[in-house]
Design a protein around this ligand. Structure first.
Ligand code: THU
Length: 131
């Protein structure tokens, strides 16, 4: 595993410890590195109105975007209460907006698994379609 992937997975696991999940008890953390080498992280934050729940990946990405980030290279995703956590469809689309190249996850045995975003969201719709 590369140093970058290990660092991002560790940061994602640390972020997951701060998840707010009274409804699902399913804690997820995400950490990312931007095109300029900055690192951001986030956790899932749930809400009594379930539709207002925010996933860990979207939380980390929107935090980076609000700080001015427009290019994201890699996103790591870790869940503490299950095996491999692959990003939900909505988060895959949020990743697409900022050019995420790959997603790294961790299996229940702690093995890394790195997947190109194209593999998670083939033939996708993105910002360039709007000119
Ligand atoms: N969740 C994430 O944070 N990321 C995903 O990609 C999958 C699901 C969260 C949302 C909700 O708080 C909990 O996991 C159960 O779906």
């Amino acid at each position: 595993m590369s140093d970058l992937d290990r660092t991002l997975l560790d940061l994602a696991a640390a972020a997951a410890e701060l998840a707010y999940t009274p409804y699902s008890n399913f804690r997820v953390g995400a950490a990312l590195v931007t095109g300029s080498g900055e690192v951001f992280s986030g956790a899932n934050i749930e809400n009594a109105a379930y539709g207002a729940c925010v996933c860990a990946e979207t939380n980390a990405i929107t935090t980076a975007a609000a700080a001015g980030t427009r290019r994201i290279e890699v996103v790591a995703v870790v869940c503490l209460d299950g095996d491999l956590c692959t990003p939900c469809g909505n988060c895959r689309q949020v990743m697409r907006e900022f050019g995420v190249k790959r997603v790294v996850m961790r299996t229940g045995e702690g093995e890394p698994r790195s997947v190109p975003l194209e593999g998670l969201l083939p033939e996708s719709f993105g910002p360039e379609a709007l000119g």
